[in-house]
Design a protein. Sequence first.
Length: 91
Amino acid sequence: MSTPSTRPRSTSQFYLQSVIAFAVSSVGAGVGIVYLPVDLWMRAFLGMSVLFVITSTFTLAKCVRDRQEDAIAEELAQHYQQAPVWSGQPQ
């Protein structure tokens, strides 16, 4: 019987790159909205839209991760379901 791998799925460099990319893009969008030559209410609307997109992205990423983990758990459950079970009696 094999045990599941506990190896991380991504490297620390990839994680750092993702965090930096998220920070740069969020700050860039925020600065762009602040200096946009439009009325305050338009900037507020764009700011709220960017925040909604960011939170929706986090939610979608969590849902995709959960579905992948569920698929892996289902595969493992089917594997263990097909494995013979020792009944305690010698053959």
